[in-house]
Design a protein around this ligand. Structure first.
Ligand code: NAP
Length: 285
């Protein structure tokens, strides 16, 4: 099986490296071609366009920033659609809205190829360790054929049905919790500081109670030390919450807290924290 990997940012570079270290045949492309080099050093072949990758492999994985990036990758002049054909598959693992996913699925199907959306839960370290949770929906046969690769990238993969869009929805539903937890931890520490409480003792109390969770254990100390080394860029969290609110409007489901949390991430983005980790949201509180 020949695999392609498009989009070698924080997540894609580590996911593609997992495949290469497992001995898989992988061809890579990234808009900034310089990011291909570490993967080439691990044994990847490099192509000059998504079209070339799609024309030369069996299954193409993509992991890019947002809906516009996914659309560019697929529909661009030298995009995936220009290279893909019957017998091959396209698996977009980016976090996008359901409508974007469906639009890509229809275009891929019109070329006689198969499509699966497969956004992931987990961040930089789980991507490096191969412990992501993969939230797939779409073509079942392509899912089955992608499983050997999913098993290298994740510790769990779910097929959420044949209806494209369900994977995107699951991802947005889950990230709503992540964004809210991140923001409320920042609020709690900000108030605690004004009360004259020690931040590390607030974290200790949280860690000993029913609210203990791995995210607070990682992000809490980052907030206290001002470490904003990026695992999950803040701009992507703002995007996810924006897409979640869009979905909530379509489905007429009020999300009052999500709207408030999105406004805080939007403010942090406007203040220039977009490329910093989501923990930097505390800076705008
Ligand atoms: P990232 O480091 O910002 O990388 C973004 C990637 O998208 C880069 O390869 C970038 O190419 C590419 N890209 C952006 N616009 C493009 C365009 N118009 N055409 C082609 N390529 C384009 O982001 P990331 O953290 O890896 O996240 C990737 C996706 O995974 C996002 O949808 C994000 O929401 C999701 N996600 C992230 C995490 C996390 O913790 N980081 C966790 C789960 C899911 P260049 O290198 O040329 O800029």
């Amino acid at each position: 099986m020949r695999y392609g990997f498009l989009g070698l940012g924080i997540m894609g570079s580590r996911m593609a490296a997992r495949l290469l270290r497992a001995g898989f045949d992988v061809t890579v492309w990234n808009r900034d071609a310089g990011k291909c080099l570490p993967l080439v050093e691990l044994g990847a072949r490099q192509c000059a366009s998504p079209k070339e990758v799609a024309a030369s492999v069996d299954i193409v994985f993509a992991m890019v920033a947002d809906p516009q990036a996914s659309l560019d990758l697929c529909f661009g002049a030298d995009g995936v659609l220009a290279g893909i054909g019957p017998g091959s598959g396209y698996v977009d693992m980016s976090t996008v809205d359901p409508a974007t996913s469906r639009r890509i699925a229809e275009a891929v199907a019109a070329k006689g190829a198969r499509f699966l959306e497969a956004p992931v839960s987990g961040t930089k370290q789980p991507a490096a360790d191969g412990t992501l949770v993969i939230l797939a929906a779409g073509d079942r046969d392509l899912y089955d054929r992608s499983l050997p690769a999913f098993e290298r990238m994740g510790r769990l993969s779910l097929h959420l049905g044949d209806v494209v869009g369900q994977g995107a929805k699951m991802k947005l539903v889950v990230n709503l919790v992540l964004g809210t937890m991140m923001e409320i931890l920042g609020e709690s520490l900000a108030l605690g500081e004004k009360c004259g409480l020690a931040g590390d003792q607030i974290l200790q109390v949280l860690a000993e109670g029913a609210m203990a969770n791995p995210m607070f254990r990682v992000k809490g100390p980052m907030i206290l030390t001002g470490d904003t080394t990026t695992s999950f860029p803040l701009k992507h969290m703002e995007k996810d919450l924006r897409l979640t609110l869009q979905l909530s409007r379509e489905l007429e489901q009020d999300l009052p807290v999500a709207a408030a949390v999105h406004a805080v991430f939007g403010k942090a983005l406007a203040e220039g924290y977009g490329d910093r980790d989501i923990a930097a949201v505390v800076r705008s509180l």
